[in-house]
Structure formats: C-alpha cells, structure tokens
Design a binder for this molecule. Structure first.
Ligand code: AGP
Length: 590
C-alpha cells in the first residue's frame, strides 16, 4: 500500500510534486522518493517520513519539468533506501513508481536475471522498469512497452513510468489499485487519490481497472488495455484544498473529530437519497455486513439495530474471513459493504465474490473509489477527506447512514426525528474536552485498559479500545458487560482503568451491576453516562451526557469522547496520532 504522483508542468516540477505526495502520506510513510527527467533520470529517495527525508536530502532540489513520486508502506522488502521507489531500469533511462503487489514477481525476476538484468532492491516493483526496458530494447515506445509489461503482471498495480528517450510524457496504468488524473491548464497530474492534486486542480478523471493513460503537458489520453482511446468524463470535485489541510489544529485527527457535528448534518442530508435507494432493494430476508476494523464496528451496531428494530436476521463478517462464510449467500441476502476508503483490498475482494450471488450495497466515503464501482447500490457518507489514520468522522458518518437506512427500511419516523436532533448534542462532546484532557493525563502511563458496554454500546466499547490501541500503543480490550465474569474478570486488578459505557435505557440496570462488580475488584472506573444519573455521583472520572441520549442513540455521541480520550493520551505520550506506527489509512493489500 503506497501513494503515487506524477506530473508534467511548464515549470520546475519538484516543489509541486513533493507538496502533492505529502497529501498521500496517509497511504504510507516508510519511505519517499522522487524522479524527474532532464537529460537523465534524477532520483532522490530515502527511508522515513517525508519531512525527515526532506531535511536530509532536500527532495525539492531536483531539476526537470516532468516527474513521478512515491510514498511507501512496505510489503516486499524492508523500508530501506534501496527498496524506496522510484525504481530504475539497468540503463537508468526508465523510472517507475508503483502501488500494489506483483504476485508473480519472483518468476519474472528470475527470468529477467537470466536475461542479464541486474536488480538493486528486494521489491516486487523493480520487475516493472526492467520489463519496460526489455520491451523498449525490442523497438517499442514507452507506451507500447508499458502495455506489454502489464500483460505480464499478475496482481494489483497503479503505476507511473517515465523515460529519458520520451521526455514529454508519463505513462500510467491501473488494476485493483486506485489511480486518478488531474487536468489543469498548467499541466496534468496522476495520483493515487484526490487530495494530492487539489492544490492544482479540481478537474478529475477516475481511471478504471485495465485502463492505461498517456499524460502530456497539454493532453491526456486514456486507453483500454488494447490502447484504444476511451471517452472519459471529467468530474469536478467539490472538496477545496483547505478541506484537506489541518485548518489550524495540531493534528488532522483533532480537526476531524471537531468536524463531527457538521459531518452529522452533512450525512443526514443524504436521508432522501437513502430512502430512494431503499425503495430499489429487491426482496431480501437476510442481511450480511462485510467490513474491516472500525467499519466492522459500525457494522456491528447495524446488526444490533436491524435485529432489534426490523427483526431481520443479520450477521457481520470480517472481510478478511469472508471466504469461510460466502457459501450461504443467496439471492435473498442483501450484502452491505462498509468502508471509508472504498479501497480496502479484503472488502473489495469479498464484494467481487458476493455480487455474483446477492444484491450488494456499499456505504463509502471516497467518491469514485474502487468499491463504489463494483456495488449494485452506493450510499456516500459525505464525511469529506479524512487524513488521520484513525477513523473518526468517517465512523460517525457510517453510523448515521446505517441509522438512516434502518429508519427508512422500517419507516420509523420517530428514529429519523431523533437523528435530526443529535448534531447539537455532538457539539457538547467537544465541550467536554478539558475534562477529557485531565483523564488522559491521569491514565497516560497505564499498560492496559478495558472498555465495557452492552447491546448497542458493546461495539462502542470495541471501537473505543481499537482507537486507544492504534494511536497510543496501550493494550486495550472491549468486552460486552455481561461477559467479564466468564473469564476476563481475572485480569481486573487494583488501579486498572475500566471505561464503562452506561447510557440510560433498558440495559442500564444490568450494565450498572456489572460495572459495580468490576469496581469492587479495585478497577479505576471512567464512566460515560447520563448527567441525571445519581448512581454515578461518587465516580471521580466521568463524562456526562444529556439525558435525552438513550442507549440507541448513545453510539453516535459517546464515541466522540472516546476518540478524544485516545487522541489526548496519544499526545501526552508524544506519539503522532495521525501516523501510528505500522499502520496506513488505506489497506490495499489482502
Ligand atoms: C480505523 O481507525 C483503522 N485505521 C482501520 O481499522 C480501518 O477502519 C480499516 O482498515 C478499514 O478501512 P476502510 O473503512 O477504509 O475499509
């Protein structure tokens, strides 16, 4: 999983290209590199985040009006300078950046080595410039050599190639990894994602699988894999560059949490579209959700809602485990795929299988992403670009879509009214931030955390724990409140922090009792509950919410405080919450 950019301008390209690739750092930050063309290929690359590498080797100080760049999330080969992209051909005339995985690279490498090609890295990518070199040496131009190359590749790719023999063009291609084109009067761009080009243009062409592109300064030619030209629509993006910037906050994650009240309103404005989509569903008697990570937790809340409100049998399958459950799908199952990026490889793979048998719906944030092009129906979550690796506002927007879906399926106007009241209640979460900071300071040195909830709020416990793990590196577990006594209670010791999610509603008495059992064993309780709840008066660390927020609505509000708690513990521990180690925003490998 990586990010790529390519551009041709009528001026020095490096400063623009490095600004663009910075916008893709959420896709990987193990290494960065740039290649430009003058009378030779000029390369600068190194391992580490862009800022660190730039301080050492000054990435923008490289000449040329045409160039490509890459940020890497290592899959094949360690995150070293040698493995950083771009990768060159033996004669150093051709340079390539690539996102994806070439599954047959070992065979290709052996073949190329037997023909005399010398490799300098451990990457799967390096076979690409060597194959292009081989086909150019046989008399093909860069476009035809790239076409012949991708015919040999098994796996996924979004790639860009340049060559000093044809210094006026970039050739790009995509299969199962995202690639878009930005069109502007000053030159043209290709990139893995829209934020990379927003400073330069809002005019975008989305490439489909098996399409090839020739980028020139004044011309963009999109072709199928037989090199026949295709008519492509140019879409105007309504995100402005500022929306993709930090907007004055120290981190994207904090900015994105603060955007949540507005995101709730924006996503609610999709209500009538969701109603229309619901009216198009065929008959179904079962629902399956398929998702990963945070999107999986949103799906679990969907399961609780559908089972309790609509009485339709529902299950939630982790996308990476989907193949073990696919045999029971039929044409009366509605399969719902939830993903903020729309590019998660496990989810995409499951969708490709499910759509052959069942009706499919995708709930996605990124417009035009791969999953939106595969599903029968698409609901956009409208959260805007999310740069922080930890999903925050996109999770909330997924939940709003699920609640609206359930409300429209059940013609439940009361639920719709409740939803339209919650944006103001979300504002109040942001106002509890000072209290949250104090709790964060108090528990920043804890080694373990438990998160406890019941019913609709059990997935909130899971999501609270995931957020803590991924950005603070503290071990955390989410449990259903009633399940602790079946084993995990043995882990409760003096001083261990336990976050109890205790909104008002029918589940309250049982959850309260479970929390008392935990407290009696010496745990430090952090309770999230109603401001009218007298039973939590003696709890020192608590976050109290408007008492109108009952257990059904609580997942939409309580999670904001848990996101803020993780954020502030992360900052207290001097961790960059936007770029947790070993993770990336968009997981495009299975
Ligand atoms: C969320 O904080 C995580 N970074 C991760 O679990 C994420 O939700 C998961 O990778 C799924 O991503 P998607 O929603 O883009 O499919």
């Amino acid at each position: 999983m990586c990010g790529i950019v390519g551009c041709i301008l009528n001026k020095e390209v490096a400063p623009t290209i490095i600004e663009s690739i910075k916008k893709l750092e959420y896709r990987g930050y193990d290494s960065v590199g740039i290649a430009t063309l003058t009378d030779k290929v000029n390369i600068k690359k190194g391992s580490g985040k862009i800022k660190e590498v730039d301080e050492k080797i000054h990435l923008t100080q490289v000449d040329g009006n045409i160039g490509i760049a890459h940020v890497r999330w290592a899959t094949h080969g360690n995150p070293t300078k040698e493995n950083a992209h771009p990768h060159n051909s033996c004669d150093n005339k051709i340079s390539v950046v690539h996102n994806g995985i070439i599954e047959n690279y070992k065979e290709l490498r052996e073949q190329l080595e037997s023909e005399g090609h010398e490799f300098k890295s451990e990457t799967d990518t390096e076979v690409i410039p060597h194959l292009i070199e081989k086909y150019m040496n046989e008399g093909n131009n860069l476009l035809h050599a790239t076409q012949k190359t991708i015919e040999k590749l098994v796996g996924s790719y979004a790639l860009a190639a340049i060559c000093i023999d044809e210094p006026d063009k970039i050739i790009g291609a995509r299969k199962e990894s995202p690639l878009i084109v930005g069109v502007s009067p000053n030159g043209n761009f290709l990139a893995s994602d829209v934020p990379a080009i927003l400073n330069e243009t809002r005019e975008v062409i989305y490439l489909e699988d098996n399409e090839i592109i020739q980028l020139e300064k004044d011309k963009v030619t999109v072709m199928n894999n037989q090199l026949e030209p295709l008519e492509k629509e140019i879409v105007t993006i309504d995100w402005n560059p500022e929306m993709a910037e930090k907007g004055g906050y120290p981190h994207f994650m904090l900015k994105e949490i603060n955007e949540e009240p507005q995101v709730i309103k924006d996503t609610l404005s999709e209500s009538s579209k969701i109603k229309e989509i619901v009216s198009k569903f065929k008959n179904f008697n079962r629902i399956c959700f398929v998702a990963c990570g945070t999107s999986y937790h949103a799906s679990l809340i969907g399961e609780y809602l559908i089972e309790t409100q609509l009485h339709i049998p529902t299950e939630v399958i982790l996308a990476s485990e989907f193949e073990y459950f696919q045999n029971t799908l039929d044409d009366h199952t509605l399969v719902i795929f939830i993903t903020q990026s729309g590019e998660t490889a496990d989810t995409l793979k499951a969708l490709k299988t499910a759509k052959k048998i069942s009706e499919t719906l995708a709930i996605v944030n990124v417009v035009g992403s791969s999953i939106t092009r595969e599903a029968d129906h698409v609901i956009y979550t409208r959260a805007g670009p999310e740069i922080g690796v930890a999903a925050t506002k996109t999770y909330l927007s997924q939940l709003i879509c699920i609640y609206l879906l359930v409300a429209h399926l059940g013609e439940n106007d009361e639920l719709i009214d409740k939803l339209f009241k919650i944006a103001d209640l979300a504002e109040e979460s942001i106002q509890r931030e000072e209290n949250i900071k104090k709790i964060a300071k108090k528990y920043k040195k804890s080694k373990d955390f438990f998160y406890i909830g019941r019913g609709f709020n059990y997935p909130t416990a899971l999501e609270g724990a995931l957020k803590l793990k991924e950005i603070t590196y503290i071990h955390a577990e989410g449990y259903p409140a009633g399940e602790l006594k079946h084993g995990p209670l043995a882990l409760i010791d003096d001083g261990i922090p336990v976050v109890g999610i205790l909104p008002p509603g029918p589940s309250y008495p049982k959850t309260y009792n479970n929390l008392q059992e935990i407290r009696a064993r010496g745990a430090h309780m952090i309770i999230l509950g109603s401001e009218d709840d007298k039973q939590i008066d003696d709890v020192e660390d608590k976050l109290v919410f408007n008492s109108e927020i009952d257990e059904i609505i609580a997942p939409l509000i309580y999670i904001i405080d848990l996101q803020l708690l993780s954020y502030h513990i992360s900052v207290e521990k001097d961790i960059d919450p936007d770029k947790p180690k070993n993770l990336a925003k968009s997981v495009t490998v299975v």
